[in-house]
Design a protein around this ligand. Sequence first.
Ligand SMILES: [Ca+2]
Length: 450
Amino acid sequence: MRIRSIPLIVATLLTGCPENPAPTPQDSGVPQQDSGVPSDAGHPPEDSGVPPEDAGVPPEDAGNPPEEPLPTGPPVPQGPPNVPEFNPAFPGQTRVPAIQSQTAIEVTEIASGFRNPWAIAFLPDQRMLVTEKPTGRLYIVTSQGAKSPAVTGLPAVDGRGQGGLLDVEVGPDYAQTQLIYWTYAEPRSGGNGLAVARARLVDGAEPRVENVQVIFRMMPTLESTLHSGGRMVFTPDGKLFVTLGERSILAGRAQAQDVKSHFGKVVRINPDGSVPQDNPYVNTADAKPEIWSVGHRNILSAALDSQSRLWTVEMGPQGGDELNRPERGKDYGWPTIGYGEEYSGAPIHQSPQGQGMEQPVYYWDPVISPSGMTIYSGDLFPEWRNNVFIGGLSSQALIRLRMHNDRVVGEEHLLKNRNERIREVVQGPDGALYLLTDATNGKLLKVTPR
Ligand SMILES: [Ca+2]
């Protein structure tokens, strides 16, 4: 899935030309202080996003027994870094000690026969909506694995490459409206682009959707089968975050820092597609008002934590996958800074750090190829509470991160023995983890204590 054909000229164009100096905070598209968004200039990058000890924020383990000592020891076994010349900005930003779950786990295959499935969402009665990326089909699957006929009425998708039917979510007011939401690569005149649609799900033996509304279109339209982004997260205050990739090819990549483009952004919209008036760029001339944060490559993992804060994992270049906590109006650096390199081995960045740009909370070199994410809050695995789980494609693992004060302190790669690409991980209403494997005969798996 990950292309290796970006020509050398990309790196030269982006990093080597005097016409393209590292942007200052002013021209990077981040609003100035007088627009209400604080600038980070002057603060060391190590401090970004970490609340001071005395800030009154309750510790993550409030109400739980005293936490075990922080892990020590060697990291998860992995190859040498692709970019050893780049050093982390702070201790614990990569290769933290390996940890091992104490609870023995059991993996149950609930269903199979999905063509490259991409996402799971739970209906209130515990059945699951499951999307298939290349075919554009949506299924309803019971907890015993019985699969409905494909839901009819969805618009056509451009199913090539990394496009197709991607994420699905059940609307926060589903009980009253039966609204479901999905993301997909929309075929358009002159190319394609990610779109978000919603519709009423008409349940039954032959399920369908009706009153389909496209509530968001990533612009501009571009001919690319790569880097769509496409994860959605509803927040408790009724907003919808959507992650948008930068289409990979140079014409798109260069727009990740441009607020006149949706490429390489996290956007935040209301469920009807309108723009929340407290978004950071609503008063910036020519900016796309849906933008929440800028400078992302291809975010395929997004989830809320116990404080309802958004966390994302983005598919980086070779040696540069990143865990971030995207905050309002901030710049996450791509393609100006980062820890990776082109698949050819050519450099992309002059430095992994830059003024006015956020450091990732954590990065992987070599990469895990992330897709899907959940932050565990269930009762089945008490030792996993507040841990971050990420599906691993090329790493063929379920990645578990133990967190402390918004930093990663331990990493585990679960299910390595299965040799399967993990596309999606969600927590079910029963506290089990539900996974999709990325394969032409993709499986729906359930992880419980043994
Ligand atoms: Ca970044």
